[in-house]
Write a protein that binds this ligand. Structure first.
Ligand SMILES: Cc1ncc(C[n+]2csc(CCO)c2C)c(N)n1
Length: 253
């Protein structure tokens, strides 16, 4: 067992499920992105929201807060794909983007509809949900990139979402084993903790790697910084949901 793995997964096992070794040999730019984000990425998996989600003790209230924010998030996330699509003349990437739009809509159906029914989230709650400062920061940044930057920047802005979820989902599923049977958040873990789900990260990583090959170092450096900001946004999305914090200062409510 390694002290640095938040879920206590043994190094050999961890290696077998690591994104870079299992799915991504020979992706040096992806590796650079992951390495730059690694401290936040690894710490993020150990945060209370995810630990409690994994052991099934997360409060329903916190999860509902997260679900409502996530519902708003996914709409923006799909829009960013659509803007990328309009800027893209590579047929393969256009196809990938179109599939991702369908995939993200499907994700909304599967996970959100499930929990809405299961946890009794009402249509009124869905309709009146206001985006938190943290979620808005995340999506505003993605939308700004989508409108003002070239295709590769948009794909890098989309990547933390797909990659972090695929990695965390796999690792959470591996760490909890049989106890998933009684976990109230099983549908969430089942959704993200599969090899199939990796497809939503792998196409993006592959396309980014291809586009990065022609870019000057200065741009690659900017993209790397932008990726870390995205991983930080993913981190804060869960952290703010755990605190149920809607505004920048908790006392503002
Ligand atoms: C804040 C937030 N970040 C990432 C995801 C995960 N996710 C949303 S769409 C998509 C691509 C494939 O459908 C993935 C991985 C989420 N749900 N909420």
């Amino acid at each position: 067992m390694t002290a640095t793995d938040p879920l206590g997964i043994a190094p050999a096992e961890r290696n077998a499920i690591m994104p870079l070794t299992r799915f991504l040999p020979d992706h040096p730019f992806a590796e650079r992105l992951y390495r730059a984000a690694e401290p936040v990425w690894e710490e993020g998996l150990g945060q209370p929201f995810l630990r409690e989600l994994a052991d099934g003790t997360l409060s329903r209230e916190r999860f509902v807060f997260y679900m409502l924010q996530d519902y708003l998030y996914l709409n923006d996330y799909v829009n960013v794909h659509a803007i990328a699509f309009a800027k893209c003349d590579d047929p393969k990437i256009r196809q990938d983007l179109a599939q991702a739009i369908a995939g993200a809509s499907n994700e909304t159906d599967q996970v959100h509809d499930f929990f809405r029914d299961r946890f009794g989230i009402t249509d009124e709650q869905m309709a009146s949900a206001r985006q938190s400062a943290f979620a808005r920061s995340y999506t505003s940044n993605m939308i700004a990139i989508a409108y003002t930057k070239p295709l590769i920047d948009i794909l890098v802005a989309l990547l933390p979402c797909a990659w972090v979820y695929a990695d965390y989902g796999t690792r959470i599923a591996a760490s909890i084993g049989e106890s998933i049977e009684t976990n109230p958040y099983r549908a969430w873990i089942d959704m993200y903790g599969t090899d199939d789900f990796w497809e939503s990260a792998v196409w993006l990583i592959d396309d980014i790697e291809r586009l990065a090959a022609g870019e000057p170092e200065e741009h690659l450096q900017q993209l790397t910084e932008q990726f870390v900001v995205g991983v930080e946004h993913e981190y804060m999305f869960w952290a703010s949901a755990y605190e149920m914090q809607r505004r920048w200062r908790p006392e503002w409510h």
